[in-house]
Design a binder for this molecule. Structure first.
Ligand code: NAP
Ligand code: MG
Length: 499
């Protein structure tokens, strides 16, 4: 077995965590996989192995589902009052903050993102999500209904927890994705089996320890790292899972829908995107350049709502492209734990090949590289912030989600908002979009015309816990975050009483 790589900038607590055995959390106990197997997890900044983690598969998922079922049906979670539930969820947020440095280091090491972005973004945003949802635990209500059936009735609705929920998450923001999934499920009173992405299991496992520390009863949250087709597939197909909630590729989304058909479990999906950034000639150019650059290069472009298609009016196209290229040139690409890094690597060798493969396809199809265009260095999985111009709607780089720091820049020479919107909406995806203008009328009209679950005006997006996100078209089913996100985890029951 290869020795584990210990990064010199990792602190004492994170080092101690990495040195522990990484097991599965099932029924409140940390256990090895039944098969005894483990898998390796990597530092994408060096490609070196940083930990070995128990590899759960169908048999472990089955135990986890039994534990979650027992915690749900046996009443351990149901007996906790909403106020106490809210208090425990809030405590998770406190514990995330108390362990922020350790979590940020683990996230930067395992995912590759900069330590600063983990510290200032992922960790506080995860805590925010738990706090936001903690507040909902005491505010789950139904309605009293006016009934027209002859007679005398009292009729009302109640919202009940959906039951045992399976959650399958990706690697682009490992802790935040876990928070977005777990917080509303817990607030609603569900029990959970969570499978982190194979590339990034570490912060989810640390979160599991904090969830125990917060007093969440055994079996309410079960965490089973493992591979998609085995552990993930078993969650999606399990006959005793009431709902599966997934974030990841549209391709796997389709597999999950099919697997869920067996017991017709409920399904929510947050899938890919190819979001447009539409810049009108009256926009504040410095705001639009900075915003468009952030929209595509943030998190190395590994964001489902990344603004990956720029549509700028002909009058401002050159200024936008030159401005974003300048920004791209200034971004310090480096190891997530190196001082001053602004953009880390992509997650894996597979993603490196995928992203550079797309850039090559774009070039072969006639696109011009206006910035970046290749891998950086030969250790770790770094890609230069890239802009392609001369891209056209039929090119794969314009049609498909690249999930890397690659912007396709296109122009329009038109004042007809319907035609501009049609061009921007020409995608199988509909996750997000943004409009850059100082004209209030254009802003409102375009916000309505964009076929996507989230539209920004003079901002590409925000990941505020209160703001629902999700997809039109093939970008998914349902909305996460906000009150909508809580409702993903409840069933409505109507009760009618003849008086
Ligand atoms: P992915 O395969 O969709 O992975 C997402 C999650 O689904 C992971 O936990 C994965 O497990 C699991 N999974 C994979 N196959 C499964 C199956 N048959 N049944 C149940 N669960 C399964 O994404 P990826 O391979 O990491 O990335 C590929 C592309 O997906 C990216 O290039 C990007 O375009 C897109 N993506 C989108 C998002 C998003 O936020 N919308 C996030 C990540 C990736 P494993 O980790 O073991 O594969
Ligand atoms: Mg995969």
């Amino acid at each position: 077995m290869n020795a584990l790589f210990v990064h010199p900038r990792i602190g004492r607590k994170a080092t101690a965590f990495l040195a522990r055995e990484h097991k599965l959390l099932i029924g409140g106990k940390w256990v090895p996989a039944l098969s005894g197997r483990t898998f390796e997890t990597y530092d994408p900044g060096t490609g070196r192995i940083i930990a070995r983690v128990a590899e759960g598969d169908a048999a472990d998922i089955d135990l986890a589902v039994q534990a979650a079922r027992q915690a749900f049906d046996g009443g351990a979670w149901g007996r906790v009052s909403p106020s106490e539930r809210g208090r425990m969820i809030w405590k998770i947020a406190d514990l995330l903050e108390q362990n922020a440095d350790e979590l940020a280091e683990l996230e930067a090491l395992n995912n590759g993102k900069s330590l600063a972005s983990a510290k200032n973004g992922d960790i506080p945003l995860s805590a925010d999500m738990f706090r936001y949802m903690a507040g909902w635990a005491t505010k789950i209500t139904g309605e009293t209904l006016s009934i027209s059936t002859p007679g005398s009735y009292h009729a009302f609705t109640v919202r009940e927890p959906i039951g045992v929920v399976g959650q399958i998450i990706p690697w682009n923001a490992p802790l935040l994705m876990a928070a977005w999934k777990l917080a509303p499920a817990l607030a609603a009173g569900c029990t959970v089996v969570l499978k982190p992405a194979e590339q990034t299991p570490l912060t989810a496992l640390r979160l599991g320890e904090l969830i125990q520390e917060a007093g969440i009863p055994d079996g309410v949250v079960n965490i089973v790292p493992g591979f998609g087709p085995t552990a993930g597939g078993a969650i999606a197909a399990h006959p005793d899972v009431d709902k599966v909630v997934f974030t990841g590729s549209s391709e796997v989304g389709r597999i999950i829908v099919k697997a869920a058909a067996g017991n017709l479990k409920k399904v929510s999906l947050e899938l890919g995107g190819k979001s447009p950034v539409i810049v009108f000639p009256d926009a504040d150019m410095s705001v639009a350049v900075a915003g468009a650059s952030q929209a595509i290069f943030n998190n190395t472009g590994q964001v489902c709502s990344a603004g990956s298609r720029l549509f700028a009016h002909k009058k401002v196209f050159d200024r936008m492209v030159d401005g974003i290229a300048q920004e791209a040139g200034k971004i310090r690409v480096g190891h997530g734990l190196s001082e001053g890094t602004q953009m880390g690597p992509v997650i894996s060798q597979v993603q490196l090949e995928r992203v550079t493969g797309y850039i090559d396809q774009g070039k072969a199809a006639g696109a011009t590289v206006a910035a970046g265009g290749s891998r950086v260095g030969n250790e770790g999985y770094f890609v230069a912030p890239t802009i392609l111009t001369g891209t056209t709607p039929e090119m794969s780089v314009v049609r498909e989600e690249i999930f890397g720091p690659v912007l396709c820049a296109m122009s329009f020479d038109d004042d007809d908002l319907d035609r501009i919107a049609r061009q921007a909406n020409e995608s199988i995806y509909g996750l997000a979009g943004s409009v850059w203008t100082r004209d209030l009328s254009i802003a409102h009209k375009m916000a309505r015309r964009i076929r996507a679950g989230r539209v920004g005006v003079n901002i590409h997006g925000s990941i505020d816990a209160a703001l629902p996100t999700g997809g039109f078209k093939q970008s998914g089913w349902g909305r996460e975050k906000g009150h909508e996100g809580l409702n993903l985890y409840t069933e409505v029951k109507s009760v009618i009483m003849s008086l």
